[in-house]
Write a protein that binds this ligand. Structure first.
Ligand SMILES: [Zn+2]
Length: 188
């Protein structure tokens, strides 16, 4: 089995991705995030927080699994872009001030997908090409998790949210950034 590439064994199963691919992603993604001007920090975060960002830094809890850290780094990079790109600022008002539940969920979904696109773009920029399906499934899984939380007011069981063969995330060009501190925000 050892000479079979991990993705051929596992498909794109979230939670089962082979470590070698993720170690490569981790190194490259860290470099990309830092080159885009964000600091990466590890800190002990109060559960259920796994990662936070404030426009200047992305903070991860090292107790989270390595695979989740890889996803969070890409995911929180995407959200960080949304909060410091002047061209995207107008979209944040809807996210913060939409009262109607159904409309809020569609605004939130668009916000999550946009962030996902910036994460995919970062992978492209740093030359990671074999993890598109893994990342897309992670994005779909994360959305089911977030949606479940808003529907039930309780954090769902992550494993019950795992998606396999989800829709591919399209890379989105990263706009000009003007780094500044924003209110500390959670992974979603
Ligand atoms: Zn998010």
């Amino acid at each position: 089995m050892s000479d079979v590439a991990g993705h051929e064994v596992h498909g794109s199963r979230v939670g089962e991705w082979p470590a070698g691919d993720l170690v490569d992603l981790w190194g490259r993604a860290c470099s990309g995030v830092v080159k885009h001007g964000f600091v990466i920090e590890f800190r002990d975060l109060e559960p259920p927080r796994t990662g936070i960002f404030d426009g200047l830094r992305i903070v991860l809890d090292p107790d989270v699994s390595f695979e989740m850290q890889c996803f969070l780094l890409l995911h929180l990079f995407g959200h960080s872009v949304q909060w410091v790109a002047p061209s995207l600022e107008h979209k944040l008002a809807d996210l913060q001030h939409t009262e109607d539940r159904e409309h809020f969920m569609s605004v939130l979904h668009a916000y999550e997908l946009e962030a996902a696109g910036f994460g995919m773009q970062l992978m492209r920029e740093v030359g990671v090409t074999g993890l598109d399906a893994w990342y897309s499934d992670f994005v779909a899984t994360d959305w089911r998790y977030v949606e479940g939380y808003y529907q039930t007011n309780q954090l769902p069981d992550w494993k019950s949210c795992v998606v396999s063969g989800g829709p591919p995330v399209m890379p989105a060009p990263i706009p000009e950034l003007r780094h500044h501190q924003v209110e500390v925000r959670f992974a979603f």
